[in-house]
Design a protein around this ligand. Structure first.
Ligand SMILES: CNc1ncnc2c1ncn2[C@@H]1O[C@H](COP(=O)(O)OP(=O)(O)OP(=O)(O)O)[C@@H](O)[C@H]1O
Length: 196
């Protein structure tokens, strides 16, 4: 259970969470690099509703493929600007290795966050941006516009709180097909231990 799965980068990881069918990790031969970026400001997080392509109909951070010649950070800054209209000083928050049954490659997704941004949040062809309240431990009624976890990739609920807490995470999530939908099959997450 606590063995670090194949594909998970990161060193000095401490086990955080795992689950699903612990018998097998899906095989893969190729890896493609992606980015995902979140702006967290004034106790709110900016998510986008995906209007087309992979992940259609889900809320997520802003991101896409790393193009040849780009670093993941450059790609993350470009995708955030293309999809949400803003520039932000992104910081690396974690990394997710994602396998989807039927896809010919594994996704290595570098995840970023920023506490600030410049510009005006603007809807694009790909994403409709919307602010959501962070989980509020003080108010017993809960936030007014809570994060729509039921309309996100199921495993986001595990690592998004780590991004809010600025704890660097590395994990893997394998999804299999149930009819037309992808469902979580097996997952594992670790957090980077502070060296001190
Ligand atoms: C459990 N699995 C997952 N959990 C959380 N996020 C996931 C994800 N699997 C993919 N993602 C994100 O989904 C976007 C796809 O990118 P995608 O739209 O295909 O790329 P790009 O914008 O380059 O596409 P175009 O070719 O321009 O349409 C990209 O942000 C990527 O990080």
């Amino acid at each position: 259970m606590t063995d670090i799965p194949p594909g998970v980068s990161g060193t000095n990881l401490q086990f955080f969470a795992s689950g699903g069918d612990e018998s097998v990790w899906l095989p893969y031969t190729n890896i493609k690099y992606y980015t995902n970026a979140f702006i967290v400001k004034d106790n709110r997080v900016l998510l986008g509703y995906k209007k087309r392509g992979f992940g259609l109909g889900k809320y997520n951070g802003f991101g896409g493929k790393v193009e040849p010649g780009e670093t993941p950070l450059q790609a993350a800054i470009r995708e955030l600007e293309e999809e949400a209209g803003v520039k932000a000083p992104l910081e690396h928050a974690g990394c997710l290795f994602f396998l989807s049954e039927g896809a010919e490659w594994a996704f290595q997704i570098e995840i970023y966050r920023a506490d600030n941004y410049e510009g005006i949040v603007t809807e694009s062809d790909e994403m409709r941006p919307e602010w959501f309240s962070l989980p509020d431990p003080i108010s017993k009624d809960g936030p007014i516009n809570p994060i729509p976890f039921s309309k996100m990739w199921e495993t986001d609920e595990i690592w998004l709180p780590l991004l809010f807490e600025k704890r660097k995470f590395f994990g893997r999530a394998d999804f299999t097909k149930a009819g037309d939908v992808l469902v979580p099959h097996r997952w594992w997450y670790g957090v980077e231990q502070n060296e001190s």
